[in-house]
Ligand binder design. Sequence first.
Ligand code: SF4
Ligand code: SF4
Length: 407
Amino acid sequence: MKKRITAPREVLHELQADYSICTKCKICQGVHVQFCPDARFWRNCPAGTRYRWDAYYASGKMEIARGLHVNEIEPNERMAHIVYSCMLCSSCQEQCYEVKQLHPTRVFELLREKAVQDGWGPMPEHKKLLEAMEEYDNPWELPKKKRGEWAKGLPLKNLKKEKAETLFFAGCTYAADKELRNAVRSAALCLVEGGMDVGTLGAEELCCGAPALLVGDRDLFETFAFENIEVFNQLGVKTIVAPCSHCAWVFKEEYSREINQEIKVMQISEALYHLVAKEKKLVPEKEVRMKAVFHDPCKLGRRFDLYKQPRAVLEAIPGLELMEFYRATFNSLCCGGGGGVPYAFPDFALWTAKERLFEAEATGAEAIITSCPYCVQMFKKAIGEKKSEMKVYDLAEIVLLSLGKEV
Ligand code: SF4
Ligand code: SF4
């Protein structure tokens, strides 16, 4: 029997109590409105807002889960479109859990796993992504020999040859996308500047598996997870820092039962929070003059409550005026990059990113700062499409700038 790394495994019918008692109250369609200062921005489900039909909102997908459970409905192409155009952003769960204690987003994650098991998921574009993961060990078809190129010239140890206290796990998207190179190099260099003993896996780094999990292929996800966990546990590191919010998500939620319990997993915004705001090992002294909003990546905010950490870092940057989106922190709107949507429905993903960009512009900010490669990619696409003057930065880039350093 195939070894399972994420016991106990949940399956959709275990959440029957959730999808069976969704009352279709539709509270989940919007934000916590008492914390939204402008009526233009109360909607918060990208799929429902874009496609308009009830089925695309959380209430509709809860009904799909219930209908499948009692054999009232059969899967079809439209159902697959509905299930896979969800960003898995957890905005609906943010609302629903507070009043009903239900877990709609968890239902939708497991609905995708059921779709894959029953053969009506994922979408054809996702199948190509999964094939790339199997062939290249990453979803971007990045050849292995190029995987470690992002770190060229940086003072980082090779953990395959020597010991270090911290594993910096770059992730596939940062490793593959040259437009993100400054961001990932800045993140690694900030740790080194903060006195951390940092190494990488270089060309030996594998995908964390998150793209497979997002589209419902838990078996492929677990193949990657199992290999990674074996490597992590043999390295002798005390800390793993991931600049990618999706890597951090699966390490914290899925790998955590099997990783040596002494290893602490941090996303880069947590590591920077410790170095800048708590331990003051990094002292930002150089002015970075800009008005900026912080965009909360869904996998950081709603999954791990990482709201105050990146803001505390930005508040320590001289010259930077930190502003807020109308939909901020727990009310944050997805960037459009969630749930594997950009692979299958790039127009819808871009539509969502443009809506978020419109909101950023409405605040009067000059820049969007975030801490996720998908968010940065989506905002860059939206800025290009709208010919906007808005700038977009990764949090670590701003910290490095304020240290007066360059990568
Ligand atoms: S998912 Fe929750 S908030 Fe949304 S309609 Fe159902 S019960 Fe209401
Ligand atoms: S997870 Fe996000 S996109 Fe999906 S139904 Fe909930 S709010 Fe809508």
